[in-house]
Write a protein that binds this ligand. Sequence first.
Ligand code: ASP
Ligand code: MG
Length: 416
Amino acid sequence: MALIVHKYGGTSMGSTERIKNVAKRVAKWHDAGHQIVVVPSAMSGETNRIIGLAKEISAQPDPRELDMIASTGEQVSVGLLAIALQAIGKQAVSYAGWQVAIKTDSAHTKARIASIDEAKVKADLDAGKIVIITGFQGVDELGNITTLGRGGSDTSAVAVAAALKAQECLIYTDVDGVYTTDPRVVSDARRLNTVTFEEMLEMASLGSKVLQIRSVEFAGNYRMPTRVLSSLTDPLIPLEEEANSGTLISFEEDTHMEQATITGIAFNRDEAKITVLGVPDRPGIAYQILGPVADANIEVDMIIQNQSVEGKTDFTFTVPRGEYTKAMDVLENSVKAHIGAGSIVGDSKVSKVSVVGVGMRSHVGIASQMFRTLSEESINIQMISTSEIKISVLIDEKYMELAVRALHKAFGLESA
Ligand code: ASP
Ligand code: MG
């Protein structure tokens, strides 16, 4: 017997028919002797619909009131699922976040979980009940209802699993796991049986489509084994088969390595590159350029400073494409004259491609293989950055898909 947390996404909860299927699946796990806590999302489309109502009334609704509204989608799902379980003879009880309580800070619409009181849930489980807790919502110190940001039910589920010291958190969703790269770009991309937390974070650009990335951070911090698996299978397939399906996000030392040095190819289409030319090379210059950019809340990713010639250098960095114009304005208006730079140029049509894998720690030659592959395709590398388990290059967006396909093949990631 184990304590296991199930999370079901909006599609899985999308109709009363589907909710009945979720109930059958949950009952199957409970019948096998496990203690089960379920954390569902709102029915698909529901959160958008109710937030939309608020926006019909005001372009900028008060975040506290928005949370009051947005959190109700999950409250409907937990009640429906409890009824569906009771209808097939199971004892089940549903709770809103404040009843458990899932305590958060007061950052409405993007609150962070501070603590969870697990005593009440434990008592229900010990009494043989299936416990269903709303995803996405919590309560702050003053008793206000908060929400955790879009897609936040994943984070709720992992947090509940961590607080209860569950054996595993199963995230049931409409994809069957995490892939070596986006299957829409590479048709023979392969599903990974395991991936480490660190790899998952580095592959955020791919992974975030599957999981709210904050939930992966949470899982990493609390060492909570988390599995992404399909909710579209027959709810009554054998439990053993289901328990080993999907992709397990785990720790390096727990992960049975799948032989490969590289785990996946991640990419981000929407990057922009900015170069400040003719910058005087003196202490403090990086801060004087990037300080105002950070103050404008613009996230900087890759950074390069060139060798200086006659006391002048060029300074290049990347920002998300959506922030390109804003970043250019900041540099033109509050940096250029101040530091005595020559001019500022940019390119908003660049993409980042990364090879990711913990195997890089113990294997050499990954970078050279990556660069050789790109050179064979005549793809020019504009910037390079590395971490212990990732090498990223910035290239013209025209070549992004070509680069991803070539690298996926070069590192032998395709399905057998
Ligand atoms: N219902 C919320 C949303 O649509 C939370 C979630 O589904 O994870 O963002
Ligand atoms: Mg989701």
